[in-house]
Design a protein around this ligand. Structure first.
Ligand code: ADP
Ligand code: ADP
Length: 227
């Protein structure tokens, strides 16, 4: 586990003078489940992608634990990310999808096998390991995407609107499952959503963003019951 700290973090895109993320400061403690919430376009995804190393930092710093990671390639950050569209490889089996990151890192086969087995057991997808993504339901695909992110036991777990492609019933169920997973693993988590109910029911703390800035940070009670 590791803390994540954003210090005066900003992002500008080429040819656009304004900061889409504008000097934000945020500390996420070891083991915390932080939800970034706010309207579409407020900079949540860009913030998460900078933490993952998928976008460069324009100004400020990102710390993971004591280390500034601004210039560290994504692979070295000990982070896993789950995307809205799952980003599964269509031609690979569930097993191969889950093992992909470990294969890249040349993990030994028996370690890979036991990690995939363990994660797939937690997510109840053990019986699906030989299937291709197209042979899975939406909820199963989402579990595979979670499983792929979890097998490596990352220090930091990032989720970008992971439930927005699911129907309402499944969304409620998966919310509870992700919270339970976090309760078991206690991995430091940053979860992006535009859905206030999701934020309220999932986060140990919530960070409300608007126009690239942080408006408020606090527990769900702090943030949604204050007059
Ligand atoms: P959110 O995740 O809160 O919906 P984003 O972080 O995706 O918001 O986007 C923040 C702002 O940055 C938006 O105005 C968006 O149009 C802009 N943006 C995102 N990606 C790019 C890009 N690659 N180039 C230019 N502008 C971008
Ligand atoms: P989300 O709602 O998940 O944030 P978006 O539809 O905002 O997704 O963005 C999808 C992709 O397009 C992202 O990779 C984002 O960086 C990119 N993007 C968003 N806005 C712009 C923009 N104005 N110019 C270029 N790329 C953008």
């Amino acid at each position: 586990m590791a803390s994540v700290r954003l210090s005066n973090l900003s992002k500008r895109y080429e040819g656009n003078g304004t900061n889409v993320v504008d000097r934000i400061n945020l500390s996420i403690e070891d083991g915390e489940f932080m939800v970034l919430v706010g309207p579409s376009g407020c900079g949540k995804s860009t913030t998460l992608r900078m933490v993952a190393g998928l976008e460069s930092v324009s100004d400020g710093d990102i710390y993971i634990g004591p280390t500034i990671v601004n210039d560290m390639p994504p692979k070295q950050r000990d982070i896993s990310m789950v995307f809205q569209n799952y980003a599964l490889y269509p031609n690979m089996s569930v097993y191969e999808n889950m093992a992909f990151g470990m294969r890249l890192r040349k993990t030994e086969k028996h370690i890979m096998d036991s990690s995939v087995k363990q994660s797939s057991r937690v997510l109840e997808i053990e019986h699906l390991l030989e299937r291709k993504p197209r042979q899975l339901s939406g909820g199963q695909r989402q579990r595979v995407a979670l499983g792929r992110a979890l097998v490596r036991q990352p220090q930091v777990f990032l989720l970008d609107e992971p439930l927005s492609n699911l129907d309402a019933r499944l969304r409620v169920q998966m919310r509870a499952e992700i919270v339970e997973l976090h309760r078991q693993l206690a991995t430091t988590t940053i979860y992006v959503t535009h859905d206030q109910i999701e934020a309220m029911t999932m986060g140990t703390r919530i960070c409300i963003m608007k126009n690239g800035k942080i408006q408020q940070v606090g527990t769900p009670e702090d943030v949604y019951t204050r007059p």
